[in-house]
Design a protein around this ligand. Structure first.
Ligand code: ADP
Length: 337
């Protein structure tokens, strides 16, 4: 009988549990046993073994995080560590490994494939949505919902007090959360890694000053992707305060974007990809990610998920750029008319 192992690795994402459920239940129906290793690659090396049975999967889908736990484990880049993992997998008679994670986890999977003969299947699980070869990753939709709800709350107090807020969202090197959060919260400005040229301080300051003149009683919200502005959101807020003479408040959303119950879209995506991963194993696939393109499940060679950049949809960037300026322009036009 085949034996499949599952890990969740790297940044956790809402929907990972639903994905594990789909893998375990699908495999069970095929007579395949599933085991987990807690804490990602570290769990394989340290033998943090956990049998997984459908009876235990009934109530996991609604929970955020990952009950299998995750980890950052830089030691996995070393050859000996990957070899140890291969030995552990062989000791447990594992013939296929499913890695639910982001681009780092898939690099780890490609590294392991050099030392282990079993099948390796990746499932995209990251709130950042930054894996090429899939339109969407598990956790992204929930993270955008969470960011939008948080920004809506900031908006209410900002509006009441007529304040300027710079809100920092997650995304590591990618602006997907920033863009979707900016559109859905009707932000006045956004600063994303993919923008070329990047918005400059004087330009941002001018926009804020013009908005204050046109409509002094209003809030103004800038969405900033993390790891982008030198010194981060606090430095930007400080510089903008100096440049505009208006106090600009920094508000990093931080890890609340990672947690929370997965929304329906993420649960459904996670279960689809989990089920498809087991089918892929049965068909003999290996070293591929199971993704979703144009609503079809696809298999993409692992290295093509992290060797290529995944661009933002230009029509969505243009949507936000086209709408964000009008918040205040219309007031100005009306005032001047
Ligand atoms: P994510 O999967 O969310 O992108 P990380 O970048 O932290 O998260 O990667 C998760 C884990 O994958 C790392 O902690 C490490 O164990 C493993 N990993 C990442 N990059 C590599 C690499 N180049 N070689 C081997 N293992 C890697």
């Amino acid at each position: 009988m085949k034996r499949i192992a599952v890990i969740t690795s790297g940044g956790d994402a809402p929907g990972m549990n639903a994905c594990i459920r789909a893998i375990v239940n699908t495999a069970y129906q095929e007579g395949i046993e599933v085991v987990g290793f807690r804490h990602g690659y570290r769990g394989i090396v340290d033998n943090l073994f956990q049998p997984l049975h459908p009876d235990d999967m009934r109530l996991v889908s609604q929970r955020g995080g990952t009950f299998l736990k995750s980890a950052r484990y830089p030691e996995f880049r070393e050859v000996e560590t990957a070899q140890k993992a291969a030995t552990q997998l062989n000791n447990h008679d594992i013939s296929a490994l499913v890695v639910i994670g982001g681009d780092g986890s898939f690099r780890g999977a490609a590294h392991l494939a050099n030392y282990w003969q079993g099948q390796i299947i990746g499932i995209p699980g990251t709130i950042d949505n930054d894996l090429a070869g899939t339109d969407i990753t598990i956790g992204f939709a929930t993270a955008v919902d969470t960011a939008m709800e948080a920004i809506d709350r900031v908006r209410e107090t900002a509006e009441a007090m007529a304040r300027v807020f710079i809100i920092e969202v997650m995304g590591r090197q990618a602006g997907f959360i920033g863009l979707h959060a900016a559109i859905s919260s009707a932000a006045e400005a956004m600063i994303l890694p993919e923008m070329d040229p990047q918005p400059k301080l004087p330009e941002l300051a001018d926009n804020i000053k013009q908005a204050r003149v046109a409509f002094p009683d209003s809030s103004y919200i800038v969405i900033l992707s993390e790891n982008l502005w030198p010194g981060g959101v606090h430095a930007l807020a400080e510089s903008l305060t100096k440049a505009t003479g208006v106090t600009c408040h920094a508000c990093p959303l931080g890890h609340i974007q990672r947690g929370g119950r997965p929304n329906a879209q993420d649960r459904i995506l996670a279960m689809q990809l989990g089920q498809a991963a087991v089918s892929a194993i049965l068909e003999g696939s290996s070293d591929v990610m199971i993704g979703l393109e144009n609503e079809h499940v696809v298999e993409v060679p692992l290295h093509l998920t992290f060797d290529r950049d995944k661009p933002l949809a230009p029509r969505l960037v243009n949507l936000q750029l086209g709408l964000q300026g009008v918040n205040f322009t219309s007031k100005k036009v009306r005032k001047n008319a």
